[in-house]
Write a protein that binds this ligand. Structure first.
Ligand SMILES: C[S@@+](CC[C@H](N)C(=O)[O-])C[C@H]1O[C@@H](n2cnc3c(N)ncnc32)[C@H](O)[C@@H]1O
Length: 288
């Protein structure tokens, strides 16, 4: 079945994937993969994190990438082939379809917010996880006033109050994230915010790129050029005009969870005993 991501795939690859790679690299580093491990990548998109994971686990390891957009899966397959990686399988399917043995890690970068039922997704991944396995999530948020994604969303809200923000961020916060993991019988052992600078030559180029992203593309298609043009005009007014260069560092939340009672390795702390109660160490106790 076609998904809205099929049409948005090429624009995502050109405009967003290169800008998001530093975030993907944070996830790969923090989750700490080892040679020979088996990694399931859910909602893999064009696969930047897939390539990075495949290199970490090496020839003796294995990575399966799954995406529900046939176009995204096909682009991911091309990128895997172009990189000469033989230890990766790319499937067109739902993120929750995790079978084929146990997995040392499940990774989901910028995909969890897309799932209709996140807890059901996490429960499926939990079932496929090895005893010392870990789940690594990367998701946009928390909400920050001056994040340009947020500012443009607020312009949308101002001009079109009936249209919902295309990218919900509320579950990125520590407590909701913790709660979500607990509902899936997982315990969060790491919750941190990472940020990297994104830049665009002009505000107009940013809006054009946004139009190519899946969710904003749908908003654009629904409202049409004239109404969305007003949203863009409002945004330009806030940032110094359509020709103003833009650079900002949007926060993304990186969270890692494991099976309660297990012993797992993550970059910030080797050999973590995953608490059974789901108590999360305070940020001060976690070394970066
Ligand atoms: C923002 S992109 C992220 C892609 C990639 N992980 C990255 O970080 O660049 C979200 C991806 O989630 C995929 N997706 C959405 N719902 C899905 C589902 N239920 N199962 C699998 N993939 C899904 C979309 O097709 C899209 O490729």
């Amino acid at each position: 079945m076609a998904t809205p991501w099929d049409n948005a795939a090429q624009g995502y690859v050109e405009e967003w994937m290169p800008r998001f790679v530093p975030y993907h690299m944070d996830l790969i580093r923090e989750v700490k993969l080892a040679p020979g491990q088996r990694v399931f990548v859910a909602a893999a998109g064009p696969g930047a994190e897939v390539l990075a994971a495949a290199r970490e686990v090496g020839e003796t390891g294995f990575v399966r990438a799954v995406d529900s957009s046939a176009m995204m899966a096909s682009i991911c397959r091309e990128k895997v082939e172009a990189a000469g990686l033989k230890n990766v399988e790319v499937l067109h399917g739902d993120a929750s379809e995790i079978d084929g043995g146990t997995w040392d890690a499940v990774l989901c970068a910028f995909g969890l917010w897309q799932l209709q039922d996140r807890v059901t997704g996490l429960k499926a991944w939990r079932k496929g996880l090895s005893q010392a396995g870990k789940i690594g999530i990367l998701t946009w948020g928390p909400t920050e006033e001056d994040d340009l994604f947020e500012r443009v969303a607020r312009c949308l809200q101002h001009c079109e109050p009936d249209v919902a923000s295309p990218n919900p961020k509320s579950f990125a916060l520590r407590d909701p994230m913790n709660e979500m993991f607990e509902k899936a019988d997982l315990t969060m052992v790491r919750h941190t915010v990472v940020r990297h600078t994104l830049s665009f030559k002009t505000a107009e180029a940013f809006i054009a790129a946004l139009k190519e992203s899946c969710t904003w593309r749908r908003v654009w298609e629904d409202l049409g050029d004239a109404r969305l043009g007003k949203v863009a005009a409002r945004f330009y007014g806030l940032v110094g005009g359509p020709d103003a260069p833009l650079a900002w560092s949007p926060p993304a939340t990186l969270a890692i969870a494991g099976v309660p009672g297990s012993e797992i390795d993550i970059a910030s702390r080797a050999s973590v005993r995953v608490p059974v109660t789901g108590s999360v160490p305070p940020p001060s106790a976690v070394k970066k």
